[in-house]
Design a protein around this ligand. Structure first.
Ligand SMILES: Cc1cc2nc3c(=O)[nH]c(=O)nc-3n(C[C@H](O)[C@H](O)[C@H](O)COP(=O)(O)OP(=O)(O)OC[C@H]3O[C@@H](n4cnc5c(N)ncnc54)[C@H](O)[C@@H]3O)c2cc1C
Length: 479
């Protein structure tokens, strides 16, 4: 079965042809959904797409730790039945958040116990490979790789996007930023009923739309000046006998450094360190180890100082959380959508990006199914952006709320952030002992439950009781 809701033969056709720009996670999920509603779907991707599990230039984040949250995995499993078993067969590891992770935060370790909050740990290239293989197996989906979209095509009154201009690359001109379009290669035109921008944070939609006479979307940014450094190691169970992963969260206001170690396919570990506000981990061996030693606990240092490294140390810098408010635009062309990181790119530390992409794909699917009988796309962008903004609100508030614990983070602060952070600190301290609050915390983090779950009377009562019973864990010096 390809789809949980409707069999392919019963899917209404919304148009002849849809184009999806970008074939990373958002583009692939969108192509999967559109394949049920359009006769043909064309993915256009700047990179040469690898045949195997390989890191590629257009997704540099693929070299760093990538956690697919439980909610994201649930959606992907509905879109691609059997995906998780394929991943496990290729070496991905089942991972119980409540049991398999040794997580130090706010002066203590979260209590551990078996739960049903199970995700799959693997490298980003492995996940993308399996999703891509399944999407490209669909009969009505093709991918033009090594092609860049250079601009949009519009109707004469610019009210409707009718296709894209693209340029094919010459294989020999790859650069770290991606291949350079070959000199003298003419642009080609490709027409479509729907064009979707899934080209990520660097999306040129604001500029393209402006050139057609539309306003740019307003932007919200919360500046974190985050640096990532990652390295892969050979697993050695003797170094980590009891758990599968280790996490150390920074201790703001002074501490700006954190780290996470999780297993990957091929009996490997990946370690990613993050440093806020310019306190970045370095790429040299000694500096990397020293960064590990300086974290609030030496857990990761003790493992990696003895484990065998299998890769170089790779860096990534992210200036800010960035959100483009397409929902606020009064005018927007028909036949066009922007999705995934191109709408909102979060501080990656909270692991939300792919799950938010999956939620948006699900949203698009629901809209297409609901309007199936109409067989046109009128109102799609308006309805989609409005609902996507609601979906983004919770993960955005969680991510930037956490970031505002670091004095020096700049941007528009959601209302009551300090108060909420103060309460959530108390929840963290309750998770040292209490299973119920630990489970709820992980459910919220994994986006299977709304953040309001942390404020339910059940959890509040546990926080108050813990505070009364263990006052020493709530003194100021513990912060
Ligand atoms: C360091 C880091 C770590 C992260 N960790 C996590 C994590 O743990 N969990 C999680 O869920 N998310 C994580 N994310 C976010 C996650 O990677 C993205 O949310 C996810 O890839 C979806 O992004 P996207 O597909 O919208 O865009 P991208 O992944 O940026 O892909 C854009 C695609 O468009 C192509 N492209 C760009 N321009 C053009 C053009 N003009 N023509 C044709 N093709 C084009 C690119 O080559 C690329 O393939 C992390 C991000 C970073 C930066």
């Amino acid at each position: 079965m390809r789809n949980q809701y409707l069999s392919p033969s019963k899917m209404p056709i919304h148009g002849q042809h849809a184009i999806v720009m970008g074939s990373s996670m958002t583009g692939l999920l969108v192509a999967r959904i559109l394949s049920d509603h359009f006769e043909r779907v064309t993915l256009i991707e700047r990179d040469r797409l690898p045949e195997n599990v390989e890191q590629r230039k257009g997704v540099p984040q693929g070299q760093h730790l990538h956690v697919l949250l439980v909610k994201g995995e649930q959606i992907l499993s509905q879109l691609f039945p059997g995906l998780v078993s394929d991943l496990i067969r290729d070496g991905a590891i089942s991972f119980d958040f409540c049991h398999d992770l040794h997580w130090f935060q706010e002066g203590g370790y979260k209590t551990r116990f078996k739960s049903d909050l199970v995700a799959t740990a693997m490298s980003r290239p492995l996940l993308e490979y399996h999703v891509r293989r399944r999407v490209l197996d669909l009969k009505n989906v093709i991918c033009l790789d090594q092609c860049s979209v250079t601009s949009l095509l519009a109707s004469t009154d610019n009210r409707c996007i009718t296709g894209v201009r693209l340029r094919r690359h010459d294989e020999g001109t790859a650069t770290p930023q991606g291949p350079i379009p070959a000199e003298g290669v003419p642009e080609e035109l490709l027409m479509a009923d729907l064009v979707v921008d899934a080209t990520g944070r660097g999306s040129r939609s604001p500029r393209w739309l402006e050139s057609l006479g539309y306003p740019r979307p307003a932007e919200s940014t919360v500046t974190v000046n985050l640096g990532y450094a990652s390295r892969i190691y050979q697993q050695d169970q003797r170094l980590l006998p009891d758990v599968l992963g280790v996490m150390t969260t920074p201790a703001p206001p002074d501490g700006r450094r954190g780290g996470l170690l999780i297993p990957l396919e091929g009996s490997r570990w990946i370690v990613t360190f993050g440093g806020w506000l310019g306190d970045h981990p370095p790429a040299d061996e000694a500096g990397f180890l020293e960064f590990a030693r300086s974290l609030p606990t030496p857990d990761i240092y003790q493992v990696i100082s003895q484990a065998e490294p299998l890769s170089e140390i790779v860096l990534y810098k992210l200036p800010s959380n960035l959100r483009r408010h397409y929902e606020g635009l009064k005018q927007f062309p028909e036949g066009y959508l922007v999705m995934g990181d191109a709408i909102c790119s979060f501080n990656p530390v909270y692991g939300q990006g792919m799950t938010v992409s999956a939620l948006e794909a699900e949203l698009l699917q629901r809209w297409l199914q609901k309007t199936g009988q109409r067989r046109d796309l009128r109102g799609l962008a308006h309805d989609f952006f409005k609902q996507a903004a609601k979906n983004i609100e919770n993960p955005w508030t969680l991510a930037v709320g956490e970031d505002f614990r670091f004095p020096g983070v700049k941007g528009s602060k959601p209302p009551a952030t300090d108060l909420i952070n103060h309460y959530v600190s108390h929840v963290h301290r309750t998770t040292f002992y209490d299973r119920e609050s630990t489970r709820t915390f992980f459910q919220v983090m994994n986006m299977t439950h709304a953040p309001t779950a942390l404020f339910s009377p059940r959890i509040m009562w546990r926080v108050i009781r813990n505070r009364l019973l263990r006052p020493r864990y709530f003194r100021q010096e513990q912060y």
